[in-house]
Ligand binder design. Sequence first.
Ligand code: ARG
Length: 464
Amino acid sequence: MAKNKNNKAFWNLRIKKKGSSLFEKVGSSIDIDKRLYKEDILGSIAHVEMLFKQKIISFKIKNKIVYGLQKIEKQISKNNFEFDKKYEDIHMNIEKKLFQLIGDEAGYIHTARSRNDQVITDFKMWIKSATKEINLNIEKIIKSTLKLSEKNIETVMPGFTHLKNAQPISLAHYLMAYVEIFKRDKRRFINNLESLNESPLGVAAIAGTSFNIDRNYTSKKLGFKNPTNNSIDTISDRDFVLDFLYSTSVCSMHISRIAEELIIWNSDGFKLINLSDKIVTGSSIMPQKKNPDPAELIRGRVGLNYGNLSSMLTIMKGLPMSYFKDLQDDKKLVFDGFDTLNDSLILSLELVNSVKPNKKNMLKMANEGYTTATDFADYLVKEKNLSFRESYAIAAKLVNYAEKKNKLLIELSLQEIKKIYKNLKKKILKIFDVNNSVNSKKSYGGTSIANVKVMIRKYKKEIK
Ligand code: ARG
């Protein structure tokens, strides 16, 4: 410890006056970036192994450092490590501890690197595993959604546009719209892996290094594909942070839509589903209540994710090359973005698992709002050789008639329908059957039962 007797931070040796304690508090990021400790230690071990391989440090020193780092890893994971704000961040806390454990030879660890490349190396590794964890959770939701879909291939409900009854659909088809959404969310996260797979380690402070290092070696060792190309860009770049925060924002926006939808379906106005007691909460005054609080949290928390993205975009705006302290707060935003989304995904899984469709009400509602009026118009086009616009006008008349008589389309008699269009036979009545309506939508991507079955099979194969 000879060179560190005074217990000063290593990078403060030229600074004579004691720093302000306020800055120590505000400038320190250890409370946040201690989450990077595993990656930091992995990165340091790969770095010293490379330094040894390149004959920059001796075998003995390399071993001593690796031994010390592994010991520190254990201490931190066992909660047996005291982090100190004075040493600012995770990198310096670990380095300081290394000095305490193995003595002055710890000083060789920072040869040919800087915290500037160190921090992004750790951070990229962390975001890579966070990305994988998110995608695993998305996959679980896809699986649950498919299970629910399989049970509801023939459950007919109204599809809504503008939240007005539009056309009858299979509930499974509706649910599998979510599957498509989640597949795109997964893809969006996977796309980010390309830049996350470039290793920053070895670009040092800004210019690269005069030591004969092997960046390909550390890159490979740490699971990256290749080293980054430009030292200046590398320490300036936080695009990978923005990509991650954007992907978390889009994904949380999607689950907020699903949550809102289920809140509406569960409402007393709609009564299309019930949510199991696991996912509802009571009221402190109204004994009858079962409120969908968790779904509301999912809906609301997308705001936090947008906030993180917009904060990071703002931090980056107008920032010249290369490293600035401004960038330190990127960790706070990413960790919060990850935690928020991951919690919401876990809640979403519970939510999907707790949905119990109210099939009777779905069918009833599918018959309301004249949802088969378009089927009638289509029939006239196909059977009576009318233009779609002509048949649309006739179907609109029929809807007006039904509305006046306060009847559903399915309740109209042949005679009544013939008042609107003469030349019709009894089989026209089938056109107003919502099941027939669903089954007639055989176009690719449509809601027919046959299509739905094919899609379930396809998704299940993909997800295996
Ligand atoms: N804690 C710093 C951060 O997260 C590490 C990089 C420090 N580099 C420097 N030149 N001060 O940004």
